[in-house]
Write a protein that binds this ligand. Structure first.
Ligand code: OGA
Ligand code: MN
Length: 283
């Protein structure tokens, strides 16, 4: 068997039907990379995969990024299972792109559902290429001229308005210094996407009120149903998202319900780049 595809919504998300051997031996890896960039999210269902399969599949698509020395990160609010990730869970309730406070976010992440929430817990993805492509030329030009500051602490404070000193020590700006980015990513491919996320703390050249207002306006545009695919997890689902052309969030769920996903992340392959006029040319 090779593979067949079924689109999950018109603008984002495709289910790929194939068998485990084809998925892990790299035979369709090139096609999947192209499809991932085009569709933002790919879903594989009913394959009964192991940790080794997930790692093997990931390595056919790119280079696995070790997180705290491990290839697989447990995504769960259960501290006993994931002392590292647990405290970040509530921050994932807000739309974000992983790693926007670095200059080269991961290329993609692959989640494998081990245990799902009985209510809530869907992961929602938004197509940040489509959001930009649908704007008027004036809006595009305006946004293309903006630089923004991303901070991990900003999104965590939304989720935890009164953080403890331990939390600030773990995810605050001393550990993850804010990063400046263009509002619009000019990809190597020639396509452009919005870099829209609740990690945006401020927009350069605007006061806080103007900056918050523009961010809220952009988010309400971005959350239009046509840009979003909401994934209802089933145990065993394998899902990959293009972290360079989508944003994502998790629908709130009961933190004690045992929801558990295994994540493998691929290293970024291109730094975030904006229009030429941003870059300081060193001589
Ligand atoms: C992540 C994340 C999504 C989820 O792993 O980066 O935001 O559904 N998680 O838990
Ligand atoms: Mn995330």
């Amino acid at each position: 068997m090779s593979y067949t595809t079924v689109d999950l919504t018109p603008r984002i998300g495709t289910e790929v039907k194939t068998d485990l051997e084809t998925l892990t031996n790299g035979a369709i890896a090139r096609d999947l990379r192209v499809l991932l960039e085009k569709r933002g999210v790919l879903l594989f269902r009913g394959l009964k995969i192991t940790d080794e399969d997930q790692i093997k599949f990931a390595s056919t698509l790119g280079t696995i990024r070790l997180e705290h020395g491990l290839q697989i990160t447990k995504i769960t609010p259960d501290e006993a299972k994931s002392p590292i990730f647990a405290d970040y869970t509530k921050g994932t309730y807000y739309f974000h792109i992983d790693g926007t406070y670095t200059d080269m976010p991961g290329l993609a992440s692959i989640l494998h559902a081990r245990s799902v929430a009985p209510a809530g817990g869907q992961t929602e993805f938004g197509n940040t290429y489509a959001m930009y492509e649908d704007m008027s030329a004036e809006e595009q030009e305006f946004l293309d001229g903006l630089a923004v500051i991303h901070s991990a602490e900003k999104i965590q404070r939304l989720a935890n308005p009164n953080p403890t000193p331990e939390q600030i020590a773990a995810w605050g700006e001393r550990v993850n210094p804010p990063e400046r980015h263009p509002m619009v990513w000019h990809h190597r491919s020639g396509r452009k996407s919005l870099i829209l996320a609740h990690t945006i703390k401020s927009i350069v050249g605007m006061n806080q009120g103007e900056s918050d207002e523009l961010l809220a306006k952009l988010m309400s545009w971005a959350e239009k149903p046509e840009y979003i695919y909401s994934h209802n997890w089933q145990v065993g689902d394998l899902l990959i998202w293009d972290n360079t052309g989508t944003m994502h969030r998790v629908v709130p769920f009961d933190l004690s319900c045992g929801r558990e996903l295994d994540r493998v992340t691929l290293l970024g392959e291109e730094p975030i780049t904006g229009p030429f006029r941003y870059h300081t040319v060193s001589t």
